[in-house]
Design a binder for this molecule. Structure first.
Ligand code: NAD
Length: 353
């Protein structure tokens, strides 16, 4: 395998690995390890070219630094991507080569699941490196992070309701959930249990049918109509960049709070939400349940579900501090979140000097 490090300002290490024998073409970006080893998932995506893969890994790795800083996981930020068609790349030999690339960083980067990388893929990666989290409970891992992400998201929605509408209860609140996937399903379970009225959508008909069978009381709308639903909370739980120039003018909610990563198309959209009087729960704070859970695998005594749950219960506090800073400074909540994350890193660097 050919391995070489790229010089990317602001990043501790960006490693590119290519392997002719197995077809591996991958990047690992370590953004910041001030707070601990960099943990972030492995994404497999058919990027248009290497440049696109590199841009994505840098953006995602930096995001992981801020997510972990605010969630106090004791981890740094990093991410890995394999550039290639998942149908071709998800082969044992390619994934084992990926494991060797991860292993070359000697634990400064620890991997986990991400888009197109499932537990069976991690099992292959694990054959050539021990720096893997997110395997099943039977294998000593923490298992599916979805229910933990959903739990943090539910608690975060309550904290956001309290700040914006003065009452954390979901009783009688109307919540529009975009997506009916893993996190959305567990989130909807909790919202209904707490008395919310839920409208949902998904582009995949089988997901809609599965959720309809589980909760007949949920109202479904076509995917594009979710932005027009008059509701208290719009909860994006599908894709990123859903708050953009086209959708923002259509929103008729008081709050945007959901699990999707990178919900804002640009930072300007955070300011535009604020101008519209919509309170935004920064995505990397409210969706940190998954990283908190997987991070608990690295605790000295090994994974402890109770410890993970207690830690996830701190997500509302992190949101509260963010909303308070945003109000005090008159800035969008997304900007306040970044300021808090950078402040945590600065303080840690100062004590290490
Ligand atoms: P998932 O793949 O199980 O669910 C996503 C769902 O969104 C799918 O059912 C898909 O059909 C649907 N979808 C895609 N485009 C859509 C559209 N335009 N309109 C409506 N539905 C659409 O994924 P998940 O694990 O539930 O994750 C959901 C989101 O939360 C993702 O953005 C993910 O990155 C983020 N997230 C997940 C976790 C986790 O623990 N799984 C942790 C942090 C963040």
């Amino acid at each position: 395998m050919k391995i070489h490090d790229l010089d990317c300002p602001g990043f501790e290490c960006v490693r590119h690995g290519t392997d002719e024998d197995t077809g591996l073409n991958a990047f690992i970006a370590i953004h910041d390890t001030t707070l601990g080893p960099a943990l972030g998932g492995l994404r497999i995506w058919p990027y248009a070219d290497e440049e696109a893969g590199l841009r994505d890994v840098l953006r995602l790795a930096e995001g992981m630094t801020y997510k972990s800083a605010i969630a106090k996981t004791g981890l740094g930020g990093g991410k890995a991507v394999i550039v290639g068609d998942p149908a071709k790349v998800r082969r044992p030999e390619t994934l084992q080569a990926m494991g060797r690339l991860i292993d070359s960083l000697e634990g400064r980067y620890i991997t986990a699941e991400d888009v197109n990388c499932r537990i069976e893929d991690l099992r292959e990666v694990r054959k050539t490196t021990r720096f893997v989290t997110g395997l099943s409970r039977e294998e000593g891992g923490s298992g599916n992070p979805g229910p933990f992400t959903a739990h943090g998201c539910y608690l975060g929605i309550k904290a956001t309701l309290e700040h914006r509408l003065g009452d954390p209860s979901c009783k009688g609140r109307h919540i529009a959930v975009q997506g009916a996937g893993t996190v959305a399903t567990y989130l909807i379970d909790a919202l209904l249990e707490d008395g919310a009225r839920v409208t949902a959508c998904d582009i995949a008909e089988d997901r809609v049918e599965r959720l309809r069978a589980r909760h007949p009381q949920v109202t479904f709308v076509p995917p594009d109509a979710i932005y027009d639903v008059e509701c208290d909370v719009f909860a994006p739980c599908a894709l990123g960049a859903v708050i953009n120039d086209d959708t923002l003018p259509r929103l008729r909610c008081a709050i945007v709070a959901g699990s999707a990563n990178n919900q804002l198309a640009t930072v300007a959209h955070g300011a535009m939400l604020r101008e519209k009087g919509i309170l935004y729960a920064p995505d990397y704070i409210i969706n940190a349940g998954g990283i908190i859970n997987v991070g608990c695998e690295l605790l000295p005594g090994g994974y402890d579900e109770e410890a993970a749950r207690r830690h996830i219960e701190e997500i509302p506090l992190a949101l509260k501090s963010t909303f308070e800073l945003a109000a005090e400074k008159g800035i969008p909540s997304a900007e306040a979140a970044l300021e808090i994350a950078r402040g945590i890193l600065e303080a840690a660097r100062a004590t290490q000097r």
